[in-house]
Design a protein around this ligand. Structure first.
Ligand SMILES: NC(=O)c1ccc[n+]([C@@H]2O[C@H](COP(=O)([O-])OP(=O)(O)OC[C@H]3O[C@@H](n4cnc5c(N)ncnc54)[C@H](OP(=O)(O)O)[C@@H]3O)[C@@H](O)[C@H]2O)c1
Length: 370
């Protein structure tokens, strides 16, 4: 059910959004004072009401603020949260851009906030998901490298500062912050898990700083750092850029093809983030990769197979570099990363094998924006 609430009316925010059994807050979270979906000053905005959650118990409805919500992973996460009747606050650099992804008529419960309004959104959220970062699949000039790092470290620091500045009873209880398997560096022979040391290349350095800033959050806030692998989905990420190459070329392995490719299906990653929001056992570093990483030649074979293309002609490295820039290094020099923590936590992967993941992705319809 969806209703409009007039602030200051007899129906307070707390009645509409939290149940007495709410797992995150002792006292109800305050509403952001001045935001509406349009971002204009307003005393009216919409909230979703649910009585029961899908775990059969009392309401677990959450209010989640998300940076990078307009991105490839973020958009799917927003849909997942809304489908489970949670409330979403989109923390963006550009309201008008966010509104194209989340038009008010199709996403009526969503609140969109630009940076000056993030504080009001974070205050009173139950959790924050931090996904912001400039894409890395570009040419890496020294300015771009600086921006790749700064966009992640800067947004993370800002979010952490805002969380830390909240009054205790309005502070989010959980921060799920993205990082990447680039943390481990690359290797054709080593196997990496959450205990492995960091690598010594540029991306490893970015990930270390990114994570270190997330860990500066108030000690009462549970932090889950998701070291994300290569996310497979139709609408974005490396696969969306690889598919046209496979259509243009015959679609064989890149280079020797012996590099490791630690992938994860977008839905599994979104479910992992979702679990991390809900489940207090999810804390610390958790690799966001499928349990069966493969070598790049196998990935290419499977992709060629699913696309009905032979895979014995190699896609030239230059072609991949042309579309991914130095970001192609992620695909060209991989790492074998295992999701040990996710397995210990009992996380169930819907797509443990790449063949099934690719089949599902390539046969799926692209969700429309509206
Ligand atoms: N996709 C993958 O395979 C993968 C793998 C490993 C790690 N990750 C990490 O997971 C996070 C989400 O990935 P994604 O694929 O969803 O990313 P994405 O599609 O590129 O979206 C990231 C979002 O970050 C914000 N952003 C972009 N440039 C920015 C900048 N210069 N400064 C501040 N914010 C900026 C944008 O949101 P607004 O415009 O709304 O502000 C954008 O929608 C990223 O941090 C990424 O590094 C992704």
């Amino acid at each position: 059910m969806q209703i409009s609430i007039r602030l200051g009316s007899t129906l307070p925010w707390s009645n509409a959004t939290t149940s007495p059994f709410h797992p995150f807050h002792q006292s109800p979270p305050p509403p952001p004072p001045s935001l509406s979906q349009s971002g204009r000053m307003s005393t009216t905005f919409k909230v979703m009401c649910v009585n029961k959650d899908d775990r059969g118990g009392s309401s677990n409805q959450m209010i989640i603020s998300i940076t990078g919500a307009t991105g490839f992973i973020g958009q799917r996460l927003v849909r997942k949260l809304l489908s489970e009747n949670h409330q979403v606050r989109v923390l963006t650099r550009s309201r008008s851009k966010a509104q194209t992804f989340f038009p008010a008529n199709n996403f009526p419960g969503i609140l969109i906030a630009e940076e000056s309004e993030w504080n009001d959104c974070i205050r009173g959220s139950n959790g924050v998901v931090n996904l912001a970062g400039m894409p890395i699949s570009t040419r890496w000039s020294s300015e771009v490298k600086k921006e790749i790092k700064q966009s992640r470290v800067g947004v993370t620091s800002k979010v952490v500062e805002l969380i830390n500045n909240c009054e205790d009873d309005a502070r989010p209880r959980v921060l799920v912050s993205a990082t990447a398997i680039g943390y481990y560096g690359t290797s054709e022979t080593q196997v990496f898990d959450e205990q492995s040391p960091s690598g010594n290349d540029y991306l490893a350095e970015v990930c270390r700083e990114w994570e270190a800033n997330a860990l500066k959050v108030n000690k009462d806030v549970r932090v889950a750092l998701i070291r994300i692998g290569v996310v497979l989905g139709k609408e974005g990420g490396a696969l969306a850029q690889m598919i046209p190459l496979f259509q243009m070329f015959a679609g064989g392995p890149l280079g020797t093809g012996n590099q490791w490719f630690s992938w994860i299906h977008l839905d599994d990653l979104v479910n992992l983030i979702y679990e991390a929001l809900l489940n207090p056992s999810y804390r610390g570093v958790i690799n966001g990769t499928a349990p069966n990483p493969i070598r790049l030649k196998e990935m290419c074979e499977q992709l060629g197979h699913v696309m009905g293309r032979p895979s014995w002609l190699p896609v030239p490295e230059f072609a991949l570099k042309a579309v991914l820039g130095e970001g192609a290094t992620i695909v060209l020099n991989g790492q074998r990363v295992l999701p040990i923590r996710a397995k210990e936590l009992g996380f169930s992967f819907r797509f443990p094998y790449v063949k099934d993941a690719l089949k599902a992705i390539l046969s799926a319809e692209t969700p429309s924006r509206s």
